[in-house]
Write a protein that binds this ligand. Structure first.
Ligand code: GN1
Ligand code: MG
Length: 365
């Protein structure tokens, strides 16, 4: 990678560029960049898009330009600061959404937002509730966005039935020769196979309307203002596509209402925290501000369950495929992640009634 060449493609010219890598995401490569090491904060975020996964980065960036522009207009209408409320992407000096060469790959650049933090776990329900508001609000901001403008960046992304089929294929191919050592996890999936169609059936019947959704609503995809503690800007817009509200609600719960991080291997530490579930439900409903139907809200607990199960299936599939999709940091990482998600699934099975009662409380309030 030649960082100077990438920078100058976006009109950023400096003899003294300084960059550090961010190692959090599982898919793209992200760098914080400043034009001089003396500056206190980065000025830009450079990202190399993983084009094995996102096959058409131009279409993806067209989505992102349109979505951020829409949110920008909303923020201005509502008297909020657009430079902190949404990402601002730069075009290349020749007017393109990204810089693309055989040697360097596909790169995009956005302006760094300062005085913020992002969290891998929420310490308190209050913090997590605020993230719920921010993700709900994101959906509200895009409620009048013309979904026909959006390209589907990954087909069947949250189609759990199709994720199950991918898993079965990986099992059948057993390309990495790992199948025999994970019989327990395989049975865990197969025992629950009939659950996979819950959301897809609801979409097909019209019970769950298609909306513009984010689809990757992990807590660490939200920037939180260090001074106010409010969730201000949603990141990682690669998978903004038509989807169900349950995807966004569910993925946040999967990640943020867990008592432990996504790859915790001490499974006694992994369970769903009802105080977190409660706070997020409250925040999300307020953030969406009336846009959801009662059917959707009632399905929050099962939606969280399905997305957690689906993510576990995806990690296990990648383990069977020899770790070709999610970046791993040690041998067996994807198996650790899958086991962690399945523990969370069990915890949700045990606490489903309680989660439903929490939701009832907000429906009746
Ligand atoms: C991936 O790149 P990152 O960490 O934001 C994945 C999500 C998974 C998540 C699991 C495009 O997101 O779907 O839920 O890992 N993104 C894609 O941590 O597959
Ligand atoms: Mg992502």
């Amino acid at each position: 990678m030649n960082i100077n060449r990438i920078a100058s493609a976006f009109g950023i010219n400096s003899d003294n560029l300084n960059f550090t890598e961010c190692t959090i995401g599982h898919i793209n490569n992200t760098y914080f960049v400043k034009s001089s090491p003396k500056l206190p904060d980065p000025e830009f975020v450079f990202q190399k898009i993983n084009t094995d996964i996102f096959k058409n980065p131009e279409n993806l960036m067209e989505n992102i330009f349109n979505v951020t522009l829409h949110i920008r207009k909303k923020l201005i209408q509502e008297g909020k600061d657009p430079s902190r409320g949404t990402l601002e992407f730069l075009k290349t000096t020749d007017g393109k959404y990204g810089y693309n060469t055989k040697e360097d790959g596909y790169w995009r650049v956005y302006r760094y937002i300062d005085n913020v933090l992002s969290l891998n776990s929420a310490d308190t329900p209050e913090v997590f509730g605020k993230s719920g508001f921010a993700f709900g609000n994101f959906q509200r901001q895009l409620a009048d966005f013309d979904a026909s403008l959006l390209h589907e960046t990954i087909v069947n992304f949250h189609n759990t039935v199709s994720r199950l089929q991918d898993f079965k294929k990986a099992l059948n191919d057993d390309i990495a020769g790992r199948k025999n050592s994970i019989q327990r996890e395989i049975n865990f999936v197969l025992d629950r196979a009939d659950k996979c169609s819950y959301i897809t059936d609801g979409i097909a019947s019209g019970k769950f309307p298609l909306r513009v959704t984010h689809n990757d609503t992990k807590l660490n995809n939200l920037l939180i203002d260090k001074d106010t503690g409010e969730g201000i800007c949603i990141l990682d817009l690669d998978t903004v596509m038509p989807g169900s509200a349950l995807y966004d609600f569910g993925d946040s719960i999967r990640f943020g209402a867990s008592s432990a991080v996504e790859d915790e291997t001490d499974l006694d530490k992994v369970f769903v925290r009802l105080d977190m579930f409660d706070a997020y439900t409250d925040g999300f409903i307020k953030g969406v501000n009336g846009a959801l139907t009662e059917d959707e809200i009632r399905a929050f607990p099962i939606g969280a369950y399905i997305i957690t199960f689906e993510t576990g299936i995806r990690f296990l599939t990648d383990y069977l495929n020899g770790d070709t999709y999610f970046r791993i940091h040690h041998e067996g990482h994807n198996l650790d992640r899958a086991r962690n998600q399945f523990k969370l699934v069990e915890s949700m099975e045990q606490q489903m009634d309680k989660m439903n009662s929490i939701v009832d409380k907000y429906i009746n309030s």
